[in-house]
Design a protein around this ligand. Structure first.
Ligand code: MN
Length: 429
């Protein structure tokens, strides 16, 4: 039925230009000018091809969500919001937060983009520097000096709070979650006024590009900030889709749209950022220490500095390229010298379509005493973080530090190998 009447179906979902009585009322009240949302252009013809219908369905969801987001933003005009990213933000998160900030600006909503950890990957540092992307690091010390009551809400982008050390502080301060946009699998119950979680979309940048395309922000190539933001989104989209190799139709459509605005030279400059020697050393350790079983490559890399944390996913990216390997897991103990904090951090990369990283990591490591999972994932990639609590620090004695690493290394390997080689499970045998 849909196939026979795709246009009608499509129309009924698309954003209408006819005034919605509710919106008109808001308009009159405040004389606020609504940025017009564009009507999606219809494909020239339809010969009953299911593919076109599918593309339209994705498109109409994007329009429906854009309209909902616009209404939410209208309800929060003149407010101040915190946009919280994962502790170690990646290009997808950073670029989308920026796009969100530019969208929200039109409603006089001031957004501060914050993260608790650090920018570790050389490309992320280059991205932020070269585009002057407005993200700030908020440490626990920063939090203490901030008056959270001056904000009216917070926003989560490309995460659901499980990978941010800032979530508990804003929740304790009573700030409501206004907007949640992500493409990771649903991590649990989070009440937000606006929710757009689409685990089948490969990058949050695809979702945000669809918002832009729907008219939430009219990109203009003569505005340098717009060009830089489009470049950042292109980088986010590419990096979450393994340089578009895992991209699907929606992601390609988003990339095509961004291609009208992005600066190819700037993107090239971001991608040219070199790895530090310390990152190279971590990759070397991962190569040396890896064990390969049943097409899984597993490597513990020992201790690494907080600033080099991103060497772990980079090592996993590398290990998964080996012949006969479909999944790589790399982990190490990340040490934060300032806070004497230690945490086990790991990354998973897979090219196996039937392996769900989110399920795999949850199954391997389970939950902590409060029911929170130690990690999760999205298509092709996942990560985990295991706090070391009482065992943190005290590494002046190198023999002790070595012993500690060996215990964690053995424990993690054991948990992973139970899934990799179910027969090795001592409980079952
Ligand atoms: Mn992402």
């Amino acid at each position: 039925m849909y196939l026979n009447s795709p246009v009608t179906q499509f129309e009924s979902f698309s954003l209408t230009t006819e005034p919605n009585p509710e919106e008109v009322e808001i308009d009159k009240e405040s004389s606020y000018e609504l940025p017009p949302l564009t009507r999606p252009s219809l494909p020239p013809s339809n010969n009953g091809d299911g593919g076109i219908y599918l593309a339209q369905r994705g498109n109409s969801l994007a329009h429906q969500k854009s309209e909902e987001l616009q209404k939410t933003l209208l309800g929060h005009r003149h407010e101040r919001h915190l946009v919280i990213l994962q502790d170690f933000p990646d290009p997808d998160a950073l670029s989308c937060a920026w796009a969100y900030q530019l969208i929200a600006q039109q409603y006089d909503i001031k957004c501060e983009i914050i993260y608790a950890g650090t920018l570790s990957h050389q490309e992320n540092i280059a991205l932020v520097k070269l585009t002057t992307l407005p993200a700030q690091r908020w440490t626990m010390q920063t939090l203490k000096n901030k008056d959270l009551s001056s904000y009216q809400g917070f926003v989560l982008i490309d995460n659901q709070g499980t990978t941010s050390g800032l979530l508990s502080a804003v929740q304790q301060a009573g700030l409501p979650l206004v907007v949640l946009v992500d493409h990771h699998s649903l991590q649990g119950e989070l009440k937000a006024e606006f929710v757009d979680v689409r685990p089948y979309v490969r990058a949050t940048a695809t979702i945000f590009t669809q918002y832009l395309q729907a008219g939430l922000l009219g990109l203009d190539s003569s505005i340098s900030q717009h060009v830089k933001c489009a470049t950042a989104l292109m980088h986010g989209l590419r990096s979450d889709t393994n340089r578009l190799m895992q991209a699907q139709e929606e992601d390609f459509m988003a990339a095509a749209y961004l291609s009208r605005f992005y600066d190819a030279q700037l993107l090239n400059a971001i991608l040219q950022a070199n790895r530090s020697k310390r990152v190279m050393d971590v990759i070397e350790r991962s190569l040396k220490n890896r064990i390969v079983q049943n097409n899984f490559s597993i490597a513990g890399v020992g201790y690494l500095r907080y600033d080099d944390r991103d060497a772990i996913p980079q090592a996993a990216d590398f290990l998964v390229t080996e012949e006969n390997v479909h999944t790589a897991v790399v982990y190490g103990i990340v040490h934060d010298e300032d806070d004497e904090l230690e945490v086990v951090i790991g990354s998973l990369r897979t090219t196996k379509l039937t392996l769900d990283p989110d399920e795999f990591i949850k199954e391997a490591f389970g939950q902590d005493s409060t029911g929170r999972f130690f990690g999760g994932g999205r298509t092709g990639a996942g990560g985990f973080e295991i706090p070391m609590g009482f065992l943190s620090g005290g590494n002046e004695n190198s023999a002790y530090a070595k012993m500690k690493w060996e215990v964690y290394d053995a424990q993690i390997k054991q948990k992973l190998l139970k899934l990799v080689n179910p027969r090795d499970n001592p409980i079952q045998s």
